[in-house]
Write a protein that binds this ligand. Sequence first.
Ligand SMILES: NC(=O)C1=CN([C@@H]2O[C@H](COP(=O)(O)OP(=O)(O)OC[C@H]3O[C@@H](n4cnc5c(N)ncnc54)[C@H](O)[C@@H]3O)[C@@H](O)[C@H]2O)C=CC1
Ligand SMILES: N[C@@H](CC=O)C(=O)O
Ligand code: NA
Length: 446
Amino acid sequence: MTQQAPPAAPASPSSRPVLKVGVLGSGTVGTQVVRLLGEQAEEFAARSGARLEVTGIAVRDLAAPRDPAVPRELLTDDATAVATSNDIVIELIGGIEPARTLILAAFRAGASVITGNKALIAAHGPELYAAAAAADVDFYYEAAVAGAIPVVYALRESMAGDRVTSVLGIVNGTTNYILDEMSTKGLSFEDALATAQELGYAEADPTADVDGLDAAAKAAIIASLAFHTRVGIDDVLVEGIRSITAEDIREAHASGCELKLLAIAQRVALDDAAEGVSVRVHPALVPADHPLASVHGAFNAVLVEAESAGRLMFYGKGAGGAPTASAVLSDVVAAAAHRVNGGQAPRESSYADLPVLGPEAAITRYQIQLRVDDQPGSLAAVATAFAANAVSIDSVRQSAYVGGDQAVVTIVTHPAAVKRLNAAVEALRSQERVLAVVSIQRVEGE
Ligand SMILES: NC(=O)C1=CN([C@@H]2O[C@H](COP(=O)(O)OP(=O)(O)OC[C@H]3O[C@@H](n4cnc5c(N)ncnc54)[C@H](O)[C@@H]3O)[C@@H](O)[C@H]2O)C=CC1
Ligand SMILES: N[C@@H](CC=O)C(=O)O
Ligand code: NA
């Protein structure tokens, strides 16, 4: 047996190396990152092996009022100087430019970069990964998907020994908050949105939240990581929640469901035994007993299905200053530890290069509500329209329609391709007994 050298004693706090940290942007998240870097400096030093010294905080407006936790003497409006003069750069400006240019400059200057910028990654991820690899530095973005929830780590590292088949998630806190306030308190869309903005959940321009673009960027990142395939924002089918009405929510409840904005990334078997990837964001009915139905407020949840692991569920705060700062700081500690001990963040993994399928590839269940003549043969006519287009019916519910010889029929299908569903709806419209197709909603979650 060979004698092993005793492990080296940990560096004493005063002898730890210093790593210079630059922060770009001091808004909702940046402010909390700076506060926590100050308040928990000793713990971050002990965990990473280096003292993290914030040398500059780039802001747009030097005179703007700030949280007292942000040292005024560190503020500067020279973002390029901050990006190019530090060991670790934390980008929390958001948007594409100048964030992209600043991050690329930081890589060239030898800095590791941490960002929460899903819009940028979903548009320019491969370029950023390549620049980080060329500079031999780390690129981390845990905060970009589902805020505090360690979804990026889970997909990129914990699932590296498995084969992910699907990811189904609520990844936008603002829209979940709005839908939940509408569902539980009967609030209007506008009032719920205003509160979400006050609470710091919504992006500066809430269009990105409400129209599903924020969730779509996250879905693209999720799919890229889950399926080892480049998926960009333009590959994602997106529908937001702007057109959801109080009536839609009432209908959802009547069907024993909640209406949620979902991000869905699926591995899809193709006819020739090959596989593709389907990625989409849209509102969908979720049965009340499904785990995603009870995700309230601005919380996020992500369900990952994998061949060996089965179903995994991640739940927590997907937005807000401090929760998002928690994710940013986990990346900062990892990048700092690599500077001290060696090692590097995982590089881009896109070897599978699966085809990203168009919207027509989505296979989902649908709920269709019809107003029909309440006469013998009406249900048979409805069933014929579905059968003729090879759409299988899962359940049928009929309720009396107030105001005459009419009934409302609610049909839930088995999973069907959108093309077949559309053909069935056309056939329904041409049936004499069908007076109106009242609504069509997707249904997700078993
Ligand atoms: N707020 C949240 O809950 C979450 C935010 N994120 C992401 O984190 C990033 C930051 O988000 P927030 O803090 O919410 O945004 P924010 O809008 O509150 O803060 C951004 C700050 O950057 C400043 N800024 C803009 N351009 C600048 C420039 N050229 N130089 C210096 N400062 C500049 C703005 O003045 C603003 O204070 C975004 O990428 C966002 O998508 C990610 C997860 C959750
Ligand atoms: N605006 C986003 C927060 C960051 O990702 C949300 O509402 O989830
Ligand atoms: Na996260």
